[in-house]
Design a protein around this ligand. Structure first.
Ligand code: TXA
Ligand code: MG
Length: 329
């Protein structure tokens, strides 16, 4: 655990308008005082993030919802009661005290109570809301360890609180409650079925329903991309592509799910056995991508994960990562 005086120092930095990186159960966040526009602007500068992309405000408890949101529907209280602290972000009508800098000028605000002892202590000691996107440069892979943040943003941030590797490893599920029915803006750490069960109602998918009504930059296809280009293939096509590129002399990292290929003897191919359980895969995905980016591979070739519900967030992030790297080519 992190010593109390470090938490106190971090809260003091937030009060002074500086940034603090803190762990959550999903990914590390780059935090600033959500009520201080100048502090919030620093987040956008450090991330190189376009200023119209709204930030999530992290709060200590659901009881603070009404400070940040208005016209809070009953569904929001029910979801908060069931899943906070936890990997769920609610998009609600914003209250008048939310600065434009946080919401990208939109009339709505994203709110979440994170489930990590360090985040909880920091939020309690600080007392206010902490605006925090994932602590990575815009469009890159989110950090799931303090080391990832040191490597990419180290000198730019006020302080980094190290709470160990993130337990979930994929960002929060984002649900909008601003247009009556609950709408999924981003699949994530909390399964949609759990939300549907609690609301006793189907959650509509932003792709089909609300993508034109609501903005979520997580929907930009170039998000969550490693610097090493990544391609995804079904199991029966994967190895043809691996051998094709290896024959051209390329160095390949394979994210393998079917453990039936021994390639340890083939120069240029490193096969990484990925977890067969979605939870574990999610926990390891970003760390694996960070590690591969450090190791000078020419390509990442991934076996497509299963299509079942529990893999929806992973499939989403991998598809974006593949799209992002193909845009950079
Ligand atoms: O797990 C997480 O959600 C992590 C941790 C740090 O809490 N945070 C995170 O933040 O992933 P970020 O900024 O990387 O992604 C937040 C997403 C963005 O796609 C943003 O567009 C969406 O939330 N968002 C925030 N406020 C919104 C709003 N008012 N309306 C629609 N989308 C919003
Ligand atoms: Mg992010």
């Amino acid at each position: 655990m992190i010593p109390d005086d470090e938490i106190q120092a971090a809260a003091a930095l937030l009060r002074a308008g500086e940034t603090v990186v803190f762990p959550t159960e999903t990914v590390y966040g780059l935090g600033a005082d959500a009520s201080n526009p100048l502090a919030v602007r620093k987040i956008f500068e450090i991330k190189n993030r376009p200023d119209y992309h709204p930030l999530i405000v992290h709060i200590a408890a659901a009881s603070q919802l009404s400070t940040w949101a208005r016209e809070i529907p009953d569904a929001a209280w029910r979801l908060a009661e069931a899943f906070w602290p936890g990997p769920l972000t609610l998009i609600l009508q914003r209250s008048s005290q939310v600065p434009n800098e946080v919401t990208g000028g939109q009339d709505t605000v994203g709110l979440r109570v994170p489930d990590h002892p360090v985040a909880t202590s920091l939020l309690h000691v600080f007392g206010g809301g902490i605006a925090a996107p994932s602590a990575n440069r815009f469009g890159q892979v989110s950090p799931t360890t303090a080391q990832h943040v040191h490597d990419k943003l180290g000198s730019k941030v006020g302080m980094i609180l190290d709470g160990g590797p993130c337990r979930i490893g994929v960002e929060s599920t984002i649900i909008s409650l601003t247009h009556g029915e609950a709408t999924l803006l981003r699949p994530g750490g909390l399964p949609v079925e759990a939300i549907e069960y609690t609301l006793n109602q189907k959650v509509s998918l932003a792709q089909s329903v609300a993508s034109k009504l609501l903005r979520a930059p997580g929907m930009l296809d170039s998000h969550y991309a490693p610097t090493t280009p990544i391609e995804i293939y079904p199991a029966d096509e994967l190895w043809d592509r691996v051998y094709q590129l290896a024959n051209l002399g390329h160095k390949i990292a394979v994210l393998n799910l079917s453990a039936n290929n021994d390639v340890s003897h083939i120069v240029g191919i490193t096969s990484l056995q990925m977890p067969l359980l979605a939870d574990e895969y999610g926990r390891e995905l970003y760390a694996t991508l960070h590690r591969i980016d450090h190791a000078s591979f020419d390509h990442i070739l991934a076996e497509a994960p299963p299509a079942q519900q529990e893999w929806i967030a992973i499939n989403d992030r991998m598809r974006r990562a593949a799209q992002g790297t193909s845009n950079k080519k």
